[in-house]
Write a protein that binds this ligand. Structure first.
Ligand code: ADP
Length: 433
């Protein structure tokens, strides 16, 4: 249609020119002028019409679809879309690369039927993704039943570490008509993390051996008859060695946590005597800082939880240590235990009257090596690793940890622990910040 109109336009133009030429030489030009008028009018109409018709343009729907396909194809994450029968509808280039099957081989194929009739090895990674229960290792990163669902899947052959986001596709009536999966390949990321953790683990091990020897030498030296100056020097050196030992130990713990091999030994215990004991241990250092310790217990005589007491000791020890270290002279610390009504959890708060945390630092307080500016001013010591380790330990117990703080007024660090052993995570997982 467009081409035809164009041709017609040129015929009109030529015809008009001829008509004009004739009219110049003609004596009786009235009929010719009328003809020209008609022709010019026709051209005018054509021009308006041709403006209304878009030139060589696809429909907006097609254009939109083309743009979407290009975006999906060029994404660095795999995209898989399938309907309720597990018939694959979209399978982009990255999905092909990650899962080792081409779009041609899977598009339009129902994998529930395929599953029943048995599939070849080649399709196994895709099947594991569609049915994560088949995976040798799966870690849930989102609440059960909540969308998008996020899971980390580890495959053995081929060795793949994938983070998979699954969401529902709903129609206008809000009915589920299919699913979309976004597949993020973390294989290289995890490999690098493991290599880094192994390096840190070896380095801190190597550091600990000479430090232990130094500590032992200093302890022996302390027993010798020394002058006052010499005693002071030995005490100073012992303090430094202890601090270095703490850094090496913290680094080793972080490396083990990141590799998912911190090693937990759970047992069901009454937590009250354990907390009392932790307070007694903290008493000496609290006295040095002029800080008072209080214990608020629940009404019940015992509070049973399933926990690894050695690891939980690290958490309580770190929180009490911080509450003392970042407190003010004659400050207070309250350790509070309460049962959460209608929940299978207890909550433990450690409330202090200390320097508090600047509001812009609160969100980073549990990240590795982070120290708030005000803390650095009053205590030069500190690795910024204690809270990262503590939060990971609590998560591994199936609980949560958080902080509420007011600058120059104090902080309350809180965490929960389940009272039902069924709420413990099934296996040790690599938690990230
Ligand atoms: P460290 O105490 O060795 O620096 P942590 O991981 O235990 O490492 O703490 C990280 C940072 O969190 C501290 O440097 C400090 O800025 C802040 N912090 C922790 N506990 C408290 C507290 N009770 N009051 C104020 N700030 C705190």
């Amino acid at each position: 249609m467009q081409n035809f109109l164009k041709q017609l336009y040129w015929i009109f133009v030529i015809a008009t020119l001829i008509a004009l030429g004739i009219s110049i030489f003609s004596i009786n030009s009235l009929p010719l002028l009328i003809t020209q008028g008609v022709l010019l009018f026709a051209i005018f109409i054509y021009l308006i019409a041709s403006k209304a018709i878009p030139e060589n343009k696809a429909s907006p729907d097609m254009e939109e679809r083309y743009r979407l396909e290009t975006v999906v194809e060029s994404l660095r994450d795999g995209i898989i879309m399938y309907d309720k029968d597990f018939t694959i509808l979209v399978f982009n280039k990255t999905a092909e690369n990650i899962l080792g099957v081409s779009a041609k081989e899977v598009l339009g194929i129902s994998f529930t039927k395929k599953l029943r009739s048995g599939v070849t090895e080649k399709f196994q990674p895709l099947l594991t993704l569609l049915f994560p229960a088949l995976a040798p290792s799966i870690i849930r990163r989102s609440e059960l039943g909540a969308y998008p669902q996020i899971v980390d899947i580890s495959l053995i052959t081929p060795p793949l570490e994938l983070r998979v986001f699954t969401d529902r596709i709903l129609n206008r009536e809000n009915e589920v008509v299919g699913f979309i999966k976004i597949v993020h390949d973390r294989t290289r990321e995890i490999l690098l993390l493991r290599e880094k953790s192994q390096f840190i683990a070896v380095a801190s091990h190597q550091l600990r051996t000479p430090l232990t020897a130094l500590k032992w030498t200093l302890e022996n030296l302390e027993k010798e008859p020394l002058s006052e100056d010499q005693q002071e020097m030995v005490a100073h050196a012992t303090g430094s060695v202890n601090r270095m030992m703490k850094v090496a130990n913290d680094l080793l713990d972080v490396a083990r946590i990141e590799e998912g091999r911190f090693g937990y030994q759970f047992q069901t215990v009454d937590i009250l005597p354990f907390l009392e004991d932790a307070l007694v241990q903290a008493q000496e250092i609290a006295k040095q800082y002029g800080v008072k310790l209080y214990f608020e217990k629940p009404d019940t005589p015992t509070v049973e939880v399933t926990a690894d007491l050695q690891k939980l000791g690290m958490v309580i020890g770190n929180l009490l240590d911080n509450a003392i270290k970042y407190n003010i002279k004659n400050g207070q610390i309250t350790l509070r235990v309460k049962r959460l009504p209608n929940e299978s959890f207890i909550q433990i708060d450690i409330e202090d009257t200390g320097i508090g945390i600047p509001p812009d630092s609160v969100s980073r307080i549990f990240t590795k090596f982070f120290r708030a500016e005000n803390a650095g001013k009053i205590s030069v010591e500190g690795t910024g690793l204690g809270l990262f380790i503590a939060q990971n330990i609590i998560r591994q117990h199936g609980g949560k940890m958080w902080v509420k703080s007011q600058l120059n007024r104090g902080s309350t660090f809180s965490f929960t622990l389940p009272t039902n052993p069924a709420l413990l995570p099934p296996k040790e997982v690599i938690f990230e910040e």
